[in-house]
Design a protein around this ligand. Structure first.
Ligand SMILES: Cc1ncc(COP(=O)(O)O)c(C=O)c1O
Length: 407
């Protein structure tokens, strides 16, 4: 790799552009895209040495690729982790982090509010393999304390949660988990490494869907797992090598370039989201705005202490009076914000979690998590704040109209 010593002490904005850069003999400025699946050897002896592990070099695209390595090195440095492994999607990262580590008979304690597919893994797939899973309301430290008073192997949480924006106190949870013998995995998709570094708070493993803010322009699917060298060597790397959920080099290249603007984008969308959340909260037919930057958020103080620079991310949820008909009227009235279940795009996106992203949950589980029929999630993008406000205010007006009609 190009020597990186000159980057010691550099800030995240510089590292997001410079870390991991490995120029070829052609001395290109931008990171090169190595769009190949295999590698050639000079001799049978060289192949023998490479496969025995005596020589460290690229062997096969399922194991590693130079463009993918640049993404992994850049993200690893931004997260402050020893190792990063990129994957084909966020769900591949979530699944690999759990499945590589767990064995039949293990116990997992997880936040009850999670992305629907993560909950599917925890409640449908892992139990089939003899793993016992307990779910805990994510912001309730007493409930975590109780659940972790008996031994566990793994704790899995999102914070802020998608779509209810609950906050888990990561430092306190890590202490409880470690006392119970569990490693803590954090899905850091909503916060990004710009606003929150769970490993600094004692957590063990961080997972991303790079599909979201790390790409940032809705182009590619990808994921990443960040951990220490021992977890990688003993569990993660062998699992990934042999099961093969590797990211395409092209997708890795897009995300490498996305990381260069991550800090600028995340800061800007966080400022816009804060303004929109404050204004939405004042509308008469809005019954709840979930955004950790609001003083009314029940865990605002924890969010402020564990997230950075007084910024709280791009995702907010707004509950309108009138249930599903009002929420649908809100979504159908949007003219700038697109209807999409994705998040973390330059384009603002909105969806009805009940009938899309969190459809796989039972109605009781949705109710318990606060994913109500009137809840609409907004992923705030990079459009001008006043244009977005005009769109959201009109949508809230349409929701009020639907409520009046139903009365
Ligand atoms: C919080 C969270 N984790 C994980 C995922 C899964 O990511 P992917 O769609 O890249 O598999 C998503 C979104 O889809 C998400 O919102």
């Amino acid at each position: 790799m190009t020597n990186q010593d000159h980057l010691a002490g550099c800030r995240a904005e510089t590292l997001a552009i410079r870390a991991g850069l490995n120029r070829s003999h052609n001395a290109e400025t931008s990171e090169a895209l190595y769009m190949n699946s295999g590698f050639v050897f000079d001799s049978a002896e060289q192949a023998d040495a490479a496969f025995s592990g005596d020589v460290d070099r690229y062997l096969y695209g399922r194991y590693a690729n130079p463009t993918v390595t640049m993404l992994e090195d850049r993200l690893r440095v931004l997260e402050g982790a020893e190792v990063c492994r990129a994957t084909a999607s966020g769900m591949a990262a979530v699944f690999a982090a759990m499945a590589s580590y767990l064995e039949s008979g293990d116990r997992v304690v997880a936040g009850a509010t999670l992305f629907g597919s993560s909950l599917h893994i925890l409640t449908k797939i892992l139990p089939k393999w003899g793993v016992h899973v307990d779910l805990v309301p994510p912001a309730d430290l007493d409930a975590w304390q109780k659940a972790l008073s008996t031994p566990a192997k793994l704790v899995f949480v999102e914070t802020p949660t998608n779509p209810t924006l609950d906050i888990v106190d990561l430092a306190a949870l890590s202490r409880l988990a470690h006392r119970a013998g569990a490693k803590v995995i954090v899905d850091n998709v909503v916060a990004t490494p710009v606003l929150q570094r769970p490993m600094d708070l004692g957590c063990d493993v961080v997972v991303y869907s790079t599909t979201k803010h790390l790409d940032g322009q809705g182009r590619t699917l990808g994921g990443a797992v960040l951990c220490d060298a021992a977890f990688d060597k003993d569990f993660l790397q062998p699992f990934l090598r042999h099961t093969g959920p590797c990211i395409s080099p092209f997708n890795a290249w897009v995300v490498v370039k996305g990381l260069e603007t991550l800090s600028l984008r995340v800061r800007e969308v966080s400022r816009t989201a804060q303004t929109l959340a404050e204004r939405l909260e004042a509308l008469p037919n809005v019954t709840r705005v979930a955004y950790p930057g609001l003083a009314s958020h029940p865990s605002h103080a924890v969010a402020k202490s564990q997230m950075r620079d007084g910024l709280f991310g791009s995702v907010l949820s707004v509950e309108v009076a009138g249930g599903r008909p009002a929420a649908f009227a809100f979504l159908n009235a949007l003219q700038i914000v697109d209807l999409s279940n994705n998040l973390g795009d330059a384009k603002s996106l909105s969806c009805h979690p009940c009938t899309t992203t969190h459809r796989v949950l039972t109605p009781e589980a949705r109710e318990a998590a606060g994913i109500t029929e009137g809840l609409v999630r907004v992923s705030v993008g990079l459009e001008h704040v006043e244009d977005l406000w005009r769109d959201l205010e009109r949508a809230a007006g349409a929701a009020a109209g639907a409520l009046r009609q139903a009365a």
